[in-house]
Design a protein around this ligand. Structure first.
Ligand SMILES: *Cc1c(COP(=O)(O)O)cnc(C)c1O
Length: 392
């Protein structure tokens, strides 16, 4: 009988390379302070729950009421019997929020990128992608037989060079993250849009870390830069700042109709639970009704980043609530992260191959829920451990 010897061998190699990470188990839900299994309370600085919406009373109420009305599951894929009125309401509301003709909702941001990219890219097209784009973009492209070009991170000269050569292709599509998840910097969308217009290319932005964060009421990077009507495809997530789970593409009615017939992750996977759709509708209400949440998020992020820089930390290119502290090699980075946890702060270590070998970092994510005291505590601990590690 066949066994798992091969897999076991691979797992051993992972361990030997120092890439084995047991899952950390938390008690209770996402919050600014969280409890580890051993009962220790730590300040959470690794969560994407930017606005604390996972426990917002209005979202909880909407979810509970929807479960009472609809039950817990959608019962089918969207194309058979799974399109409930509440899914349609969510798509209409998201389109109005984003200022686009239409939106289509998927089960996650990951499957949105997978479904959209694999549907629109063929062997006669070319996709031009920033080197630091998210794994789900890379995988979406891999599902196709399209032509792929990579430009160095945010390098507009390279992007233009590639676009210049791309005339003969049927379609040119430039793809970028809106906010880069490991560095916390923002894509130069105005320049990308200008170049795309000059060379007749479509623009595709993945706003997973910009949804609910960037732009008025968290409308995303297109709104942030005032580029409404000039970005063809905006992907967003409902899993991070919005507090639930799911993804969507905000785009034209034409692309929406095409995707409902071709995007395989949409066609062959069950619709979001109706309670999730209800939760997301309530989340959009909150984003528009409580703009002080995004304001507090940015005030926290900007003051905390400035204080870390004043203390002498290298925060890379951060300009959002994602704030990396560059430590260096992988082992030292993971040890740094571990020491922070011992001192009461959860700050995820991110190392090769996710980032370059010598650019290992702990990634801090500031939220609207962090208090001035929380951030002062974090600063003190970081100073202490940073000194210990000789990076200050
Ligand atoms: C997190 C993330 C995704 C995936 O979104 P999920 O809703 O968690 O599946 C896609 N793209 C980027 C840039 C992300 O950061």
């Amino acid at each position: 009988m066949a066994g798992f010897e091969v897999i076991e061998g691979q797992l051993k190699s992972l361990k030997a390379e120092g890439r084995y990470r047991p899952l950390t188990v938390w008690q209770g839900g996402s919050d600014s302070w969280m409890t580890l299994q051993d009962g220790r309370r730590v300040l959470q600085m690794s969560s994407n729950n930017y606005l604390g919406l996972t426990k917002h009373p209005a979202l909880k109420k909407a979810a509970i009421e929807a479960i009472e009305d609809y039950g817990v599951g959608a019962g089918s894929v969207r194309t058979i019997t799974g399109t409930l009125d509440i899914h349609n309401q969510l798509e209409q509301r998201l389109a109005a929020f984003k200022g686009t003709e239409a939106t289509l909702v998927f089960q996650s941001g990951f499957t949105t990128n997978q479904g959209v990219l694999s549907s629109i890219l063929g062997p006669d097209d070319v996709v031009i992608s920033d080197e630091l784009n998210h794994a789900s973009i890379i995988d979406g492209i891999r599902l196709t037989k399209t032509n792929k070009r990579i430009f160095a991170h945010k390098n507009m000269d390279q992007l233009e060079d590639v676009l210049k050569e791309s005339g003969p292709y049927r379609q040119r599509i430039v793809v970028t993250d809106g906010v880069f998840s490991m560095d916390g910097d923002i894509a130069p969308l105005p320049s990308i849009v200008e170049l795309a217009e000059r060379y007749d290319a479509l623009v595709y932005v993945d706003d997973a870390h910009a949804s609910g964060v960037l732009g008025k009421c968290g409308k995303g990077s297109t709104d942030h830069f005032g580029l409404h009507g000039r970005v063809h495809i905006q992907v967003g997530t409902l899993s991070k700042a919005v507090g639930a789970v799911g993804g969507y593409v905000a785009t034209s009615q034409v692309l929406k109709e095409y995707l409902t017939h071709t995007a395989r992750s949409f066609l062959f996977s069950t619709a979001l639970p109706p309670s999730v759709a209800a939760t997301c509708l309530a989340a959009i209400d909150v984003l528009q009704r409580e703009p002080e949440l995004t304001e507090r998020l940015w005030a926290n992020a900007n003051s905390f980043r400035a204080s870390l820089q004043a203390d002498g930390f290298d925060t890379g290119g951060s300009e959002t609530p994602i704030i990396p502290i560059i430590v260096g090699d992988p082992a030292r980075t993971m040890a740094f992260s571990q020491r922070l946890l011992e001192e009461g702060i959860c700050a995820q270590g991110i190392v090769y191959p996710t980032v370059a070998l010598e650019r290992g970092r702990v990634r801090l994510i500031v939220t609207a829920q962090h208090t001035a005291d929380d951030l002062e505590f974090a600063r003190d601990v970081l100073k202490k451990v940073g000194t210990e590690f000789g990076i200050l």
